[in-house]
Design a binder for this molecule. Structure first.
Ligand code: NAP
Length: 250
């Protein structure tokens, strides 16, 4: 029987001894995933751009009984240069020597204008944070991922990364490209143990969603905690061999 990642259930120690870096873990889905991964025994590297917010997530994790103490990696994906990426990778190498999971979660929506009206500088900013930063981080972390016997890379897509929608401009284009980036990485590693997949979390009650749909009834939306099952599935050993695919969390 094949696993439906949306309804995946897992033991309490599923991610024990796995080292997992989650981008944008200061808020929303990334924060919820960091807490749940740590609860399942993972050594989490909390990435974000806001140290104070990351420290709050750190405090929440060390309050979980038995959770390994996380690490914090501060890097603003809008402005990071090559040295910033290298320093992040070197710190992870010095501290852990390998990486078992890399979750590309950080993103911004950017402006919501028609293509005709879309500002070119804003276009580049959104593509840079949502796509190019994911490429740069993957590239610099691949040597560490290869040191894992069961490495999993997860990219975060969106419904508008599958079917284009008016006024979603650079965000939609970046998510289509993320699907492509994940497939290319998966194909390049098809003879190795490294897997790469996409997850579309679907409408989820976070600040990003609230900013994009301010008039929406938030109570009707899934919480970040309710969309985590496919992420946990892809980060754990039950998804070994699953690669180049794209999943919906809802
Ligand atoms: P969120 O609550 O806004 O969280 C986004 C995270 O990305 C935050 O930790 C944020 O840091 C970080 N981030 C943004 N810009 C950054 C930068 N320049 N450098 C470093 N970190 C940066 O969003 P979310 O709703 O959880 O979204 C998570 C992922 O799911 C995104 O890829 C999004 O596209 C995708 N998604 C979400 C929905 C939804 O309905 N929520 C639907 C489809 C797809 P700060 O805390 O410092 O802002």
């Amino acid at each position: 029987m094949t696993t439906d990642p949306r309804t995946y259930t897992y033991p309490e120690d599923l991610l024990r001894e796995r080292i997992i870096l989650i981008t944008g873990s200061s808020d929303g889905i990334g924060r919820a995933l960091a807490l749940e991964s740590a609860r399942l025994g993972a050594q989490v590297i909390l990435h974000g751009r806001n140290t104070a917010k990351l420290e709050k997530v750190y405090d929440a994790i060390i309050a979980i009984e038995g959770a390994p103490r996380p690490s914090i990696a501060v890097l603003d994906l809008a402005s990071a240069n090559a040295e910033g990426y290298t320093t992040l990778a070197q710190s992870a190498a010095d501290e852990f020597g390998r990486l078992d999971g890399l979750v590309h979660n950080a993103a911004i929506v950017g402006d919501r204008f028609s293509i005709e009206q879309y500002d070119a500088v804003e276009w580049q900013r959104v593509i840079h944070i949502n796509l190019t930063a994911g490429f740069a981080l993957t590239q610099v972390l691949l040597p560490l991922l290869r040191k894992s016997g069961d490495a999993s890379v997860i990219f975060t897509s969106s419904s508008v990364g599958r079917v284009g929608r008016a006024f979603w401009g650079a965000y939609a284009a970046s998510k289509f490209a993320i699907e492509g980036l994940s497939q290319v990485l998966a194909d390049e590693h098809r003879h190795t143990t490294l897997r790469s997949n996409c997850i579309n979390p679907g409408a989820t009650r976070t600040n990003m969603r609230l900013a994009a749909f301010p008039a929406e009834d938030r109570d009707l939306l899934k919480t970040p905690e309710e969309v985590l099952a496919p992420y946990i599935y892809l980060l754990g050993p039950d998804s070994t061999g699953v690669t180049g695919e794209s999943f919906d969390a809802q």
